[in-house]
Write a protein that binds this ligand. Structure first.
Ligand code: B1M
Length: 214
């Protein structure tokens, strides 16, 4: 059994090399990729968030922890994005909204969506409504996925939804990120909300199926 408590501690300490090595070790032991992600990496980042909130640690430490988390994710990425077959892939355009630089959750959603057979066009962070819409048009995307981690940036999701409607863009808009929820989704008129990466993939599949049958 991998020492997930140690992995959590190493994420907290921002030890990139050790997090990478323990992540590889857990996979070598045959542990499930989602278990390693949830129990080894995300659980460590949760503690970082709690201590950050209580002013026990500050931005530089959080940044180091984020790098360590990404080092572990880089090991999991080939497994999360692996997908059988080369059928026509539906396109999702995804980004973190304007003003917001958090990208770990958005990246995870993207990896798992690729693993489920979607093509993900990742616009990165700090993405404007214009950039989202231009990418949807360019790639003929069926889904526009937005992530926000700040209460100050989640409101920008409505700006994007409004722009999509005003410009008559035919795309299903999905939102996620720690401060948003289903009520906010309804309030801004988005098509769907998901709490985590696995349910985001289920949501994308449901919306695409509904579009195809509609
Ligand atoms: Co920041 N930060 N941060 N931060 N940070 C939070 C979000 C915060 C909650 C910390 C806290 O106070 N406890 C707080 C926000 C408070 C608020 O708004 N209410 C905060 C703050 C205040 C800030 C700064 C303002 C700090 C400062 O400068 N004084 C600043 C803002 C910078 C900016 O964006 N403009 C800032 C900066 C940073 C770092 C750069 C240091 C770093 C980000 C590094 C990076 O992403 N590359 C960072 C981090 C790491 C965090 C915490 C600790 C961890 C976030 C994370 O990666 N979680 C975070 C604390 C927390 O969230 N509790 C915090 C792990 C990740 C797997 O989860 O992103 O929630 P999450 O994604 C999940 C789901 O939400 C969902 O699926 C994912 C996987 O399961 N999901 C979707 C996400 N997107 C989705 C999209 C979907 C569907 C599901 O559909 C499209």
């Amino acid at each position: 059994m991998p020492d997930y408590a140690l992995m959590n501690q190493l994420v907290f300490e921002g030890n990139q090399a050790e997090v990478k090595s323990l992540t590889e070790g857990a996979l070598d032991e045959g542990r499930d990729v989602k278990e390693v992600l949830e129990e080894g990496l995300i659980a460590g980042m949760k503690v970082v968030g709690e201590d950050f909130k209580r002013n026990k640690i500050f931005v530089p430490e959080v940044l180091l922890a984020a790098r360590a988390m990404k080092a572990g994710m880089s090991v999991l990425e080939p497994l999360l994005t692996a997908c059988d077959g080369d059928a026509q892939r539906d396109v999702i355009v995804m980004g973190t909204v304007k003003g917001d630089l958090h990208d770990i959750g958005k990246n995870l959603v993207g990896m798992m969506a690729e693993g489920a057979g979607f093509t993900v066009v990742d616009l990165g962070t700090n993405t404007s409504a214009e950039e989202f819409i231009a990418a949807v048009r360019e790639h003929d995307a069926l889904i526009l996925g937005m992530s926000a981690l700040l209460t100050t940036t989640m409101v920008y999701m409505k700006t994007v939804v409004d722009a999509v409607k005003e410009q008559g863009v035919d795309v299903s808009v999905c939102i996620g990120g720690a401060p948003v929820g289903p009520e906010f989704c309804d309030e801004i008129g988005a098509h769907g909300y998901a709490a985590d990466a696995a349910s985001a993939v289920q949501l994308f599949k449901r919306l695409v199926a509904a579009r195809n049958s509609g």
